[in-house]
Design a protein around this ligand. Structure first.
Ligand SMILES: *[C@@H]1O[C@H](CO)[C@@H](O)[C@H](O)[C@H]1NC(C)=O
Ligand SMILES: *[C@@H]1O[C@H](CO)[C@@H](O)[C@H](O)[C@H]1NC(C)=O
Length: 371
């Protein structure tokens, strides 16, 4: 075979091979086009996460893209600015990306997981059309500069389990449709500018296990319905403008273990139920709570953190607190408590800072009582 003939044969063979791979294995051209339009709206100067986004098959070796094995449709986009991946280690830095999230992603109608996290500079809004992607399970946009509102009809995403938009500049109210997300397990909207009240029927979210809403401008009361969320383990409403009382029912929830309501405008007395519950991490600091600390501690009381500082609590430190199973960190400072600090196990390791700035507390670790 002459050199030229041989080359021709090879070329034909490669051509046939590439034909079969395109028909059998490549992603649909429409998915590829949608990804390229998504990429075109972003600018990532340091790491080069998009340099592999070339060639016909977007399911093959495109960084951060994976496809469904059967349909070859794009199923996951996973682009994190902070990653242990070698391409980041080579550059010795975390990622930075500007631009916006193109609505072209809504053409990826089989998208299941959409993570564009910790890029610090991505702005613009969450595309409205995202709520029309029926297979979406994960939306993770933490750590960008995304503005605008939560899409009004977010509640259409019946498979959504993770909705994380923390650390952005998103404003507006929590849309009422959010409580239709019947698969939602993890809601994280921390550190945005979200205002308005919590929907009254927040408790309709049957699968919710973590509700992290701190650092916003949420107003109004804590809806009683929250306590109907059977799987809720972690409720963080701190650093908002929530007012009204703490619902007694929060202390009767099956698996609630972290309750952070610090830095709000919560008033009334502390419900008895909170101190005899499964809650082990309780921060009620910097509110307008009044009355006595209920004298109801017992063996069920186990606190890694119990922070009641900066309220208007009065009366003595309840004696029963000494019979709690465990109190790791206790802060009762900046209240109007008065009387002898009880003696006993949880109190022995505590420092004066746990008790300072009250009206007239005395005894170890503060000054001895005069009587
Ligand atoms: C409780 O919340 C306050 C106010 O946000 C914060 O300063 C404090 O560190 C928190 N306490 C603990 C033990 O984390
Ligand atoms: C806190 O709530 C009280 C009523 O309980 C209200 O009078 C007051 O204006 C609120 N303060 C702030 C800063 O929202």
């Amino acid at each position: 075979m002459s050199g030229v003939k041989f080359l021709q044969a090879i070329t034909v063979a490669i051509f046939i091979l590439s034909l079969t791979t395109t028909t059998v294995r490549s992603c649909p051209p429409s998915d590829r086009a949608a990804l390229l339009a998504f990429k075109a709206a972003l600018h990532e100067p340091y790491i080069g996460v998009f340099t592999s986004w070339t060639g016909a098959d977007c399911c093959h070796n495109w960084y951060g893209v994976s496809c469904d094995k059967e349909s070859r449709r794009v199923a996951d986009i996973n682009l994190r600015g902070e990653s242990e991946d070698p391409i980041y280690q080579k550059k010795h830095r975390t990622g930075y990306m500007t631009g916006y999230i193109s609505p072209s992603i809504c053409k990826l109608t089989r998208l299941s997981s959409f993570t564009v996290a910790d890029w610090k500079g991505i702005s613009g809004e969450i595309p409205r059309c995202i709520s029309s992607l029926p297979f979406l399970r994960i939306i993770d946009l933490i750590g960008n500069r995304i503005s605008g509102n939560i899409p009004t009809d977010i509640g259409r995403l019946q498979r959504l389990t993770v909705f994380n938009i923390a650390d952005n500049v998103i404003s507006g109210n929590i849309p009422p449709s959010l409580t239709n997300l019947r698969s939602l397990m993890h809601l994280d909207i921390r550190n945005n500018r979200i205002s308005g009240p919590l929907p009254n029927d927040f408790g309709r979210l049957p699968m919710l296990s973590r509700a992290l809403l701190s650092g916003n401008k949420i107003i109004g009361h804590i809806p009683d319905s929250v306590s109907r969320i059977y799987r809720l383990a972690d409720l963080d409403l701190s650093r908002n403008q929530i007012s009204g009382p703490i619902p007694e029912s929060l202390g009767k929830m099956a698996v609630l273990s972290t309750l952070n309501l610090d830095m709000n405008n919560i008033s009334g007395t502390i419900p008895i139920s909170l101190f005899n519950s499964g809650i082990s991490d309780l921060n009620l600091s910097r509110n307008a709570l009044e009355g006595n600390i209920p004298d109801v501690f017992g063996v069920r009381s186990y606190f890694t953190v119990l922070d009641l500082s900066y309220n208007h609590l009065k009366g003595p430190i309840p004696k029963s607190m000494a019979s709690a199973s465990y109190i790791g960190h206790l802060d009762l400072s900046y209240n109007h408590l008065c009387g002898k600090i009880p003696v006993g196990d949880p109190f022995d390791h505590l420092e004066a800072s746990s008790f300072v700035y009250n009206d007239c507390l005395c005894g170890k670790p503060l000054k001895a009582c005069a009587y």
